[in-house]
Design a protein around this ligand. Structure first.
Ligand code: GLA
Length: 416
């Protein structure tokens, strides 16, 4: 097997490829909608979550980071009062002067959810009409947050086209005010328009992501800060099982409902307790005898993950990256045994990865039931990791997993 390309050139290579792809996207815009003003190009990343699994909708902390893959959108005003949307990745073109108020089931429900907010608020340029063509390299349904990515990319393009200043190029960052606006608009599109009761982690991670940093987000009160990861020394790998989780929405919603049921049984009359994570662990421990086996397991994961995530952050801030990695692997064991959202494919990848010297930790990422694992490793362990997960996966499932590495992806920006 040929060795993977060096990471540095592959991150730079991905940026070059992104610029190249942006040219194709601008061409596609002309092909779909004819000549017009030059298109502007905007990017929003996907995300991977390292700690705080299934805590966002329980009011706990999460620690995601952006990846070097994401959504690209070419945008230009059309002066026709029409909204025209196309994608290089999905079938179906939207072209109308009115925006639907209910979901159509097509991919463009997500950008329409953002566009509708612009029209409703009568933001500058919102009535002139816009052409948007979407593309990118984020796998869809792999647990890397493609839906938050398309929503944030749309919101960024609309801010840019309304004449607001948005970050230009990869070296510039989204400021806190614009970042939070992007997050709110993406959340509103998904929850209000598309009708998915998603947690807040994904739009925050995508909208506020910074290269080389994990985002510490307390989902209880939305307080957040960026925690640096020494990406000279360590890498984040993503190993894709190739199993897509379209059919897993039911199982995800079931976990959300079980946590709500557990909170109902444990909550006190104290109004300051608004989330499961606000309940003291001792109260859960005292209630164990009266809870179903299922709720005991779900609670064990949530309360254990809450402690692990705080400990992981302390370890990282102290420079104890190995301690952070151990918390990731313990998180996987809890997701497998107590939260029961893992699969044999994910377990095989985690077991193979954690046996490699220099791998500090690994777990499933996203909701589970398929998708990807995330691995934290020393740079030198990269080649051995690729071989080890490939060998184990081929032996058990007869196919190759896709492994990629990130030194910390770019945040949302306009391509310069
Ligand atoms: C999915 C959801 C997130 C989060 C994770 C589990 O990815 O979109 O909001 O709940 O699952 O941590």
């Amino acid at each position: 097997m040929p060795p993977p390309p060096p990471i540095e050139s592959s991150v730079a290579g991905r940026r070059d490829a992104r610029r190249q792809y942006a040219v194709e996207l601008a061409d596609a815009l002309r092909v779909h909608f004819g000549d017009g003003p030059a298109a502007r190009l905007f990017f929003a990343p996907g995300r991977v979550n390292l700690m705080g699994a299934h805590l966002d909708y329980n009011g706990g902390p999460v620690m995601p980071m952006p990846v070097d893959r994401g959504t690209l959108v070419a945008a230009r005003p059309n002066g026709l009062g029409r909204v025209r949307l196309a994608s290089l990745r999905e079938p179906g073109v939207f072209d109308s002067d009115a925006l639907p108020t209910t979901v159509t089931g097509a991919w463009y429900d997500y950008p329409i959810g953002v566009l509708a907010q612009y029209r409703a608020a009568d933001r500058p340029g919102s009535s002139e009409g816009l052409d948007l063509v979407f593309g990118g390299d984020l796998p869809i349904g792999a647990g890397l947050s493609s839906s938050a990515s398309i929503c944030v990319a749309t919101a960024l393009a609309l801010h840019g086209c309304s004449g607001e200043r948005v970050p230009l190029g990869t070296a510039e960052r989204v400021g806190p005010k614009l970042g939070l606006q992007l997050v709110e608009e993406a959340l509103q599109a998904e929850r209000g328009h598309v009708g998915v009761q998603c947690g807040i982690m994904d739009p925050f991670a995508v909208g506020l992501g910074r290269p080389g940093h994990l985002l510490w987000l307390d989902c209880r009160d939305r307080s957040h800060e960026h925690v640096p990861l020494d990406t000279e020394r360590y890498l984040v790998g993503i190993v894709d099982t190739g199993v897509r989780r379209e059919l897993a929405a039911g199982a995800f919603n079931e976990r959300v409902a079980q946590c709500a049921a557990l909170f109902d049984q444990l909550r006190s009359t104290d109004a300051s307790e608004a989330w499961l994570c606000d309940v003291p662990r001792a109260r859960f421990d005292d209630a164990l005898g009266g809870l179903s086996d299922e709720l005991v397991r779900r609670g064990r994961h949530v309360f254990g993950e809450l402690e692990r995530t705080h400990a992981a952050r302390t370890a990282l801030v102290r420079g104890d990256v190995a301690g952070f990695g151990r918390a990731m692997t313990a998180s996987h064991e809890s997701l497998r045994d107590d939260y029961q959202v893992s699969t044999p494919e994910l377990d095989t990848l985690v077991d193979a990865a954690t046996a490699v010297p220099g791998v500090l930790g690994s777990r499933l990422t996203g909701a589970g039931f398929g998708g990807c694992t995330v691995v934290l490793l020393e740079r030198e362990a990269r080649d051995e990791l690729v071989e080890a997960v490939g060998r184990a996966y081929r032996a058990r499932f007869g196919r190759e997993p896709v492994t990629e590495f990130f030194g910390g992806g770019d945040g949302p920006h306009e391509l310069g």
